[in-house]
Each structure stands twice: as C-alpha cells, then as structure tokens.
Design a protein around this ligand. Structure first.
Ligand code: GLU
Length: 458
C-alpha cells in the first residue's frame, strides 16, 4: 500500500482540550507507527468563531506534547496552504467539478449537493414542511473501530451557504482528497457525518479513505462527553501546572487504546511500536484525573536528579510568585536538596511551592489541627526534649546516621521511632505530611532543627 497520510484537522474555535489532543495523538501515533505522514490542517472556514489566539494554542500545545507535524502551517508541504481560510480557489475548482458532473445546483442562494436516485416530494411531520426525498442506497462505511456501518443519505444537502462560505462537509472532503489523506481518524461524534462524506467522495470519483472513529471521552463524574468546560479539560492548564508532557502523552494514549498486555506506563517508542487500530476500544473512555496525576508522579520519579532540578527551577521561574522568588534566592545547593527529597512524594511540580514552603521560612505556619492532634497525645514535649538532646551531638551527614540516633534513643527509652516522629515533623514543618523525616533533618541541618523544636516547645 502507498504511504499512510493522516491528518489532524482542528477548528480553532476554543482552547485546546483533552479530546482534541487525544485525536491528534492517535493520528500522530498511527503516522509514526506506519512510517507515514502526519498533516496538520486548520479548519478555520467559520470566520466568526475562529481566533488567532486559539490557533497559537494549538501550535504550542502540539509542540509541547512532542507531536510534530510533517506538513502543515509553519512547516509547509506539497499540498498547502494548510489553512482552509486560504484555500478558497481550491474549493471553487472542486465545486466546478461537481457542477460539471451535474452534482451541484443552486437554490435559494445556496449551493446544494445533488444525490443520485429517483425523487419524490414528501411531507415531513417533524419539520412541518414538504421535502424532496431521494431513493438512494445507503453509504457503507467499513470503520476500523466500529465495524461496518450503513447510513442512508436521502436528501440533498448544502455545500456552499448563501453567504458564499463553503460548508464543513465539503471542505473536509475536498481537503482529504487534495491532501491525499489515506486514513481519517477522528472522534466518534463525526460518524454521523461520514455518510455525507462518502457520498461526496463518490461524486468526485475518489475512493474514500479508511475511516477509524475513536470512542468518546466521558467526563470524570457522571454521564456525558467531556467538554472544554469540564475541570481538567484544557491542555494548557497542565503545561502551566508543570506536568510532564511525556506523562500526559502516555495518559492520553490510554484513553481508548490499550496494548495487548495491558501495560500502562510505557516509553513513547513502545507506544508507537504497539499502536494500531485493533488495540482501540469500541467502548468510551473515562477521564480520570487521579490516574493522570499518578502517571505524572511515575514520570517525575524517573527523572534524574539533574533533570528534575532543572525542570523544577524552570517551573518556579515561570511561576514568579513571592514564595517561588524566595526559594530561587536560596542557596542553590540547599534548594536542590529540598527538591530532591520532595521528588518521590509529589504528583506534580505544581505541588512543590506549598509542599516545601517551610524550608524557606523560619516562621512558617503551624497547622492548628495537626498541632492539637499531635500535642494532645502522650507527652510530646518530653519526646521533643529527649530528641533535642540526642540530636545535639548526632551525626547529621546522612539519613541513616540520623535514623540510627533516633532508633537508639527510642530503644533506650523503651519507646518506638513513631513516638518521636509526629512531634518532630510538626516542629520542623508545621504539618504532618512531607519528605522523609530523616531527610528533612539532614537538609535543614542541626541548628534549624533544634531551633524549630524550641519554637514548638515554647
Ligand atoms: N474540524 C473538525 C473538528 O474539529 C475535523 C473533523 C475531522 O477530523 O474530519 O472536529
């Protein structure tokens, strides 16, 4: 077979969301899997609803996610221009072909596509008017995911509006023909349009491309399709929040597709190698932000120390808040240590500033609820005093050395490590969550640890 050519054809009418990104990704993966060409085509014929801002978000998001396009805006190609708003003459040319073949006519200022078959006037109760029905045979779609789908088109439809603008069905098909698209991979919501498209392909005397309609993405809670307005829907958000694009791509790949062995976390090379139509599910996928967060955590954990620190610093720099500025102004070696002991504990870079704030402030807040709970049980002040005494001469050079000191103290007092843990954590951090206690001690250093003990005991 000839080289695979797929396209991602967004309409820039809103911010770039999870559903669009997933459609783009499946096309990109199929192109990479088959050694084909990934085309980016901008469907911006609806002038009133398109914006340049949304267009730039599409370019930025695709680039951020690593889905580089082989043909399209900015990179060019042999079948351009790649913005429908610049393809007016091509549409005129294709319209002429239909007119010449007797398959288009004008009525009420609009241009209509003419179906083949006997015609009869029928009163349509629902629309309360007489319509012309055409005795046509159903269009057959051998969908790679849905299987064989038949759908009857029995009424002519508009292809150019009375304002002179071409209609989606027409430009979509013309461009798929002109750009030599071999496979159309798009959301299942377009399945109902496909019979119109098949009729148009046939009218142009062109074999329709292979269709693959991918399952919808359902919103996290409740029924219905995820929309741009749903929480967590916008790709840009994840970029701002410091998510790793690799994690997001891995997560998106699993929205409606799975490899045979049910693996989840996979390097992109493996996803490309395994991605194919048989692995795409018929059933709808459900968006799950916890799964995404866990995926991101898994990817964060894998970053080498140097890469993690570079990414985290870049995130703080972009953030530009006072808290971020204080951390960036701190000793870089200290900041690095704080970041590295937090790396295994956070789900996303976005958590870091709040998670580590007390490392950069002497007078950090003490969570009242946690304090009441911790201080209300046993004799925490005595524990703190014992620990202070032991730590005064302890070796702070490694987590293990600190751990041994605490364990030895606990054994000597007939207690457990846990008896010292919560109160010590409360003292150094003001809360009950954070990096490992011994790592915190090591990074903060003896002086600050003892000072925080004194502050809590006071
Ligand atoms: N512009 C259409 C959309 O954004 C593309 C449909 C298609 O991929 O054929 O839904």
């Amino acid at each position: 077979m000839s080289q695979v050519r797929v396209r991602f054809a967004p309409s820039p009418t809103g911010f770039f969301h999870i559903g669009s990104a997933r459609t783009a990704l499946f096309n990109w993966l199929y192109a990479r899997h088959t050694g084909g060409v990934f085309v980016l085509r901008i469907e911006d014929t609806d002038q009133a609803r398109n914006s340049e801002e949304f267009l730039n978000v599409i370019y930025d998001s695709l680039t951020w996610l690593g889905m580089t396009w082989d043909e399209g805006p900015k990179v060019g190609g042999n079948y351009g221009p790649y913005r429908q708003s610049e393809r007016g003459p091509i549409y005129k040319e294709y319209l002429q072909k239909l007119i010449d073949a007797g398959r288009a006519y004008e009525k009420d200022g609009a241009v209509w596509f003419k179906l083949l078959g006997d015609r009869s006037e029928v009163y349509d109760d629902h629309r309360q008017k007489t319509v012309t029905k055409v005795a046509n045979t159903p269009a057959v779609i051998d969908d790679q995911i849905r299987g064989r789908v038949e759908r009857l088109e029995d009424e002519d439809f508009v292809i150019f509006r009375s304002d002179g603008n071409p209609v989606f069905h027409f430009v979509n098909v013309v461009d798929d023909i002109a750009m030599k698209i071999t496979h159309v991979i798009r959301g299942e919501d377009h399945l109902s349009n496909t019979s119109k498209h098949v009729e148009l392909f046939k009218a142009f005397g062109v074999q329709p491309p292979v269709f693959a309609h991918i399952p919808l993405i359902l919103k996290q809670n409740g029924p219905g399709k995820m929309s741009k307005r749903d929480q967590g829907a916008l790709i840009e958000e994840y970029q701002k929040r410091g998510y790793l694009p690799e994690a997001l791509v891995n997560f998106l790949s699993l929205l409606g597709w799975s490899p045979k062995d049910d693996r989840e976390k996979m390097p992109i090379a493996d996803i490309i190698a395994l991605f194919d139509f048989p692995g795409i599910n018929q059933s709808n996928a459900r968006f799950d932000d916890k799964k995404l967060a866990h995926m991101n955590m898994a990817y964060l954990l894998e970053l080498t120390a140097d890469v993690f620190v570079v990414q985290a610093r870049a995130y703080y720099e972009k953030l530009g808040t006072p808290v971020a500025a204080v951390a960036l102004a701190a000793d870089p070696v200290y900041f690095r240590e704080v970041l590295l002991i937090s790396q295994p504990k956070i789900k996303g870079l976005e958590e870091l500033p709040a998670y580590t704030a007390y490392f950069f402030a002497e007078d950090f807040a003490i969570d009242a609820k946690v304090r009441d709970k911790v201080m209300g049980k046993g004799d925490p002040k005595a524990r703190l005093a014992e620990l202070a005494e032991a730590l005064a001469t302890a070796d702070f050079s490694s987590d293990t050395a600190i751990e041994e000191t605490i364990k030895a103290l606990a054994t000597a007092k007939g207690l457990g490590f846990g008896d010292y843990q919560s109160v010590a954590r409360l003292a150094v951090s003001g809360t009950n969550v954070g990096p490992s206690l011994t790592s915190m001690f090591r990074v903060l250093g003896r002086e600050r640890v003892l000072a925080s003990f004194a502050r809590l005991a006071a």
